[in-house]
Ligand binder design. Structure first.
Ligand code: PAF
Length: 279
């Protein structure tokens, strides 16, 4: 596996790969990899001949009071996991390499970026869209894989790709969960033992919501969301948001139907966890 830290060097190597008519698959990450990331890499491998992964903790997608500095990092472990997955190239730039002095350009995907996580984390999706567009321009992938745990992020990236006529196909991949149902996340490492146990209620509440729709034919979002809220609060979670929305527009639905999306963000202690499911 080649490890490249400089944009110019990466572009030079990508040109050689493109000359060989290879299909490039790309998985952007912020590192501290888990099975969820590795599943994205395996999907990228299925759709391409040359897999590029990036590790970059992107400062501009973190708010001033968020966890940029304490975001978990373990490059050596990540490197060995990626080698095992036979990733062809790892792009590992510095903040200075990505945002040199005088950097001034940002990407704003309107609408989708201002609801749910976007409302709680102003500027977050602007930072995500900006770094992903930069990474796409640098890596020039034919396909890129994003996890559905960040459902809103994947929708925003797809909108950006459409709006800016980018030549990359976005593939989304199912959420990977721990054996007790908690969605895998690098941030799970922040949870203490009690919070970690209690956080399993998030997935249980999502399963309950789907069951009550399919088995009891309950279509009221208010009823479902109130019960979910209660279940989560009883376990010590603090709800940031919880919503049942149209799967494309992210607008709240009046009546729940198959295919709608239930999304939520919940704090356990200081740790903010997100999760979602299709109805
Ligand atoms: O999902 C993530 O890990 C990040 O938001 C991404 C897409 C790598 C951009 O920094």
């Amino acid at each position: 596996m080649k490890i490249v830290k400089k944009i110019a060097e990466l572009k030079r190597l990508i040109k050689l790969v493109k000359n060989k008519k290879k299909i490039i698959g790309f998985v952007p990450t912020m590192g501290y990899l888990h099975e969820g990331h590795l599943s994205l890499i395996r999907i990228a491998r299925k759709h391409s001949d040359y897999v590029v992964c990036s590790i970059f903790v992107n400062p501009i997608q973190f708010g001033p009071n968020e966890d940029f500095n304490r975001y978990p990092r373990d490059f050596k472990r990540d490197e060995s996991l990626l080698k095992k997955e036979k990733v062809d190239l790892l792009f590992y730039p510095s903040v200075k390499e990505m945002y040199p002095e005088g950097y001034k350009t940002y990407v704003e995907v309107e609408g989708l970026s201002s609801v749910l996580c976007g409302k709680s984390r102003p500027g977050h999706f602007r930072g995500v869209a900006t770094v992903v567009l930069k990474l796409f321009n640098i890596v020039q992938p034919d396909i890129a894989v994003f996890g559905e745990k960040d459902y809103q992020q994947a929708l925003i990236i797809k909108q950006m790709v459409r709006d800016l006529n980018l030549n990359v196909k976005i593939i989304t991949a199912p959420i990977v969960r721990e054996s007790d149902g908690l969605a895998m996340s690098s941030r799970n490492t922040y949870l203490n033992t009690e919070e970690r146990v209690n956080a399993t209620i998030i997935n249980q509440a999502l399963i309950w919501a789907r069951d009550v729709f399919y088995k009891e034919n309950i279509k009221s979002p208010e009823y479902i969301l109130n019960r979910m809220r209660q279940m989560i609060e009883d376990k010590g979670g603090t709800i940031d948001y919880i919503a049942i929305v149209d799967k494309e527009t992210l607008e709240p639905v009046r009546f729940v139907k198959k295919g709608d999306r239930i999304l939520l963000a919940v704090y356990f202690g200081r740790t903010r966890l997100i999760d979602n499911t299709a109805v």
